[in-house]
Design a protein around this ligand. Sequence first.
Ligand code: AMP
Length: 214
Amino acid sequence: MKAIILFGAPGSGKGTVAERIKAVTGYIHISTGDMLRAAVKNGTAVGREAEAYMKRGELVPDEVIIKLVEERLDKGGPEDLYMFDGFPRTVPQSELLEKSLGRRGGKVTHVLFLDTPRDVLLQRLTGRRTCRKCGWNCHIVNLPPKKSGICNLCGGELYQRPDDQEATIVNRLEVYNKQTESLIARYDRQKVLVKVNSNQKVDKLVEDIRQILK
Ligand code: AMP
């Protein structure tokens, strides 16, 4: 069981890159943000606990996240390749991940840090729209839908996630930076951190990552 971690601030392109990497490699994509949104939508116990934190742009408590990820890894096999997106966000989460993978004979092989300037992050996040029905993401400027307000994939209504509104975004970025400084340093010390320039065309970015993973 091997794992890579896609690491980068909200808006750094983690989700898009993950989809593309998933399409061209055998990595299984695990996004804790997607798992939490599904839990909120389905009204599960985890969802009810996580919802208020998510609305405020704060991190959901480690215990909740750890439980989600453990449950997912329990379903996996020894040959699985995992690509984590939005996890770990804190040092305790990263320690737990190492222990969990270690117990299963696995490890983190690469931490890909998607390096993006702050003004680019803000522009990307405030313009993001998400489909209420299927979760498809687009951007009002960078990747506009064919029909304004309507999902290209399923015809559902596009909306702005409450945590994509500007005040929340500023808070999310601040929380992200504060919480992840020590994580980045940790992975750097472990010599698994790789910085990737995320302020470039997505095709080039995906190709850069493929080369790194080879
Ligand atoms: P994301 O889609 O990764 O930006 O996550 C959306 C929100 O879900 C975050 O702002 C947090 O409130 C919560 N979240 C997602 N992943 C984690 C995590 N690993 N640890 C704590 N909170 C998380």
